[in-house]
Design a protein around this ligand. Structure first.
Ligand code: GDP
Length: 609
């Protein structure tokens, strides 16, 4: 029975393409997958659709049946033997289907909710698809939610649209146009699938409903069409094994197992395999090649069928000794007669090493932790683009030792004492240690969210530094005295602001030449604690505005009018090298050109070089 799982070669010697479904949460990825898996009741068992490990296999016969409504003249020619669709939608699976920087996923369906347009994970998915150069189509899903939609189950889209009222057709047109604009903003030209003249230039948009099945036949046909047009070269059947680990899972009776997508070649029981582990390369022998038992055989004692050999493309569970530290996203290599095992070891280890080596040379950066090789790579790519430096990289759950490693930054670069964790668990001990020591741990399932959390954190740190710097920052001003209301403790004077802006908290000084020594003297008066005009407190008085009464207070012995100070003395904001640096670092946006000029003018007054 399970022989169907072993994909056959087509007459053109093409193998089955591997297809992933990506998109934002709740756009209907799972429902669409369910819909294409679903059997038409009248046809009984669906022409050989087989549940595999982590994937569903659709032999070409099943696809022919499912696309019959949109291929009534039979003109569309099927060249591939079938289609392997990865069961877990989302970019986790997609990014783990990797092999030396390219993707084993041949083709993808990006699902967009027609009512919502492009959402954060849509953009992330598009970025992944673009980076990996994976051709894709867009399913504009949930068309049945267009107001007043009349459904015809499992119909071709064009026929269904023709049956709708003018109002529905208009709403559809408007939403389609809006979506095309959104795609254009992301640098993708898109076209409604039956108006698309070039699949190489335009992304095809296919309206679907996972509830009514409308547009689903078009979607399937389109995915085959795209594969056949664009990918014939890369779908040639090869005897060389190409495989990647999608998941690492403990299974009762088998211990630790790996779920593998085999995209080319043959795997056999007993094969010597090499793959990536957290503690170095894992070398072991395949003990069992497992595929799910067909439904009717579930009464048997195992839910799995043992295979002597399996052939691409398919999903298979491998049971073997020593898989405990296996990493999802790792390549799986088979040691052939000609191969030196150590060469293969080096090869898989280099996959991990390349990622671990992508840390800054400065040693100052955040720590990054992800669940799989694929997600780690995607996260590192994203951080690189966002110009966030990375100092530490790790795979798997966050333990205390990881937090301690990130804690090294507390000394070196406190802003970077941050862990960005993608789809990993944080051990409670590690969490506690982080909280006690002021290391921030951010976790998220969406890369964007990690970025948002990190930028919010950086903004907060900057605000705090600004707050701390408030007393140090001095905005420049020059004040002409008009009256002395209180000679000392506290000094209260009436002034005109003749240059710059006077702000509360500004330190004030008078600069004089000592008549006895002929030396310049800077007499500090203290800080401005209030600015008043007509008995109203104001925070700032700008050059040219009406006079204000200014209170100046000082901790120690304040100089006094009539003694060190004279009524006519010009008052200056007391600037210094540190105060200028502080403005440069934290207030650059708030200092006007005129103020920078005034600072330049005041520098010699205070002997600042
Ligand atoms: P996923 O997170 O992308 O896998 O989304 P799901 O497949 O879980 O669907 C999310 C929600 O949208 C569920 O409540 C579905 O029933 C609903 N949904 C999915 N596809 C459609 C559709 O075509 N039409 C309507 N009306 N609802 C849909």
């Amino acid at each position: 029975a399970h022989q169907a799982a072993l994909a056959a070669r087509s007459k053109d010697n093409l193998r089955s393409p591997i297809c992933c479904i990506l998109g934002h949460v709740d756009t209907g990825k799972t429902k669409l997958l369910d819909k294409i898996r679903q059997t038409n009741v009248q046809e009984g068992e669906a022409g050989g659709i087989t549940q595999q490990i982590g994937a569903t296999y659709f032999p070409v016969e099943a696809i022919k049946q499912k696309t019959a409504v949109v291929n009534q003249d039979g003109k569309f020619e099927f060249k591939v033997p079938g289609l392997l669709v990865i069961d877990t939608p989302g970019h986790e699976s997609f990014s783990n289907l990797r092999s030396r920087g390219s993707s084993l996923c041949n083709i993808a369906i990006l699902v967009v909710d027609i009512m919502h347009g492009l959402e954060p994970q849509t953009l992330e998915s598009m970025k992944l698809l673009r980076d990996r150069k994976t051709p894709f189509i867009v399913a504009l899903n949930k068309i049945d939610r267009l107001y007043g939609w009349k459904k015809v189950e499992n119909n071709g889209f064009q026929e269904s649209l023709a049956l709708q009222s003018k109002g529905v057709q208009n709403e559809f047109k408007n939403r389609l146009a809006a979506t095309k604009v959104e795609f254009a903003e992301q640098g993708f030209n898109s076209e409604l699938f039956y108006e698309n003249k070039s699949m190489a230039k335009f992304v095809s948009l296919v309206p679907t409903s996972a509830h009514t099945g409308e547009g689903v036949p078009d979607m399937l046909k389109l995915i085959l069409q795209l594969t056949q047009e664009r990918m014939v070269g890369s779908l040639m059947y090869l005897s060389e094994v190409q495989a990647t680990v999608l998941e690492v899972k403990a299974i009762e009776g088998f211990g630790m197992t790996i779920d593998v997508i085999l995209s080319n070649g043959i795997l056999r029981e007993g094969d010597r395999i090499v793959l990536c582990g957290t503690e170095g390369a894992i070398k072991t022998n395949i003990r069992a090649l497992l595929t799910p038992a067909p439904l009717r055989e579930l009464r048997l004692k195992s839910q799995y069928v043992h295979n002597k050999e399996v052939k691409a493309a398919l999903g298979v569970k491998i049971s073997a000794p020593g898989l405990d530290n296996a990493i999802a996203g790792s390549r799986l290599l088979v040691v052939g007669d000609e191969d030196e095992e150590s060469d293969l070891e080096e090869e898989v280890e280099s996959d991990l090493a390349t990622l671990f080596n992508r840390v800054t040379k400065t040693g100052r950066g955040v720590s990054v932790q992800a669940s799989t090789l694929g997600s780690l790579e995607a996260l590192l790519d994203f951080l690189k683009e966002s110009k966030i430096p990375v100092a530490n990289v790790n795979i798997g759950p966050v333990y205390k030792r990881d937090v301690m490693q990130s804690g090294v930054m507390l000394e070196k670069s406190p802003d970077h004492a941050v862990m960005l964790c993608f789809d990993v668990k944080v051990d409670p001990d590690a969490q506690r240690y982080a909280e006690e020591n002021g290391i921030k741990i951010f976790t998220a399932e969406i890369i964007y969210h990690l970025f948002d959390q990190f930028t919010a954190h950086m903004r907060q740190m900057l605000e705090k530094k600004k707050e701390d710097a408030k007393l140090l920052a001095v905005f420049p001003c020059v004040l002409n005295p008009v009256a002395v209301f209180n000679k000392v403790s506290p000094i209260v004077v009436g002034v005109d602001v003749v240059e710059g802006s006077l702000k509360v908290n500004t330190p004030i000084a008078v600069v004089k030449t000592n008549p006895n020594t002929q030396l310049k003297e800077i007499i500090s008066l203290g800080r401005v604690t209030s600015i008043e005009r007509e008995h109203k407190q104001i925070p700032v008085c700008k050059k040219g505005q009406p006079s204000v009464a200014v209170k100046i207070e000082m901790g120690g012995n304040q100089p006094m009018y009539g003694r060190q100070l004279e009524d006519k003395d010009v008052l200056y904001s007391l600037i210094s090298r540190p105060s200028i640096n502080c403005l440069k670092e934290f207030y650059r946006d708030e200092v006007t050109n005129e103020e920078w000029k005034l600072i330049m003018k005041l520098k010699p007054v205070f002997d600042i070089s």
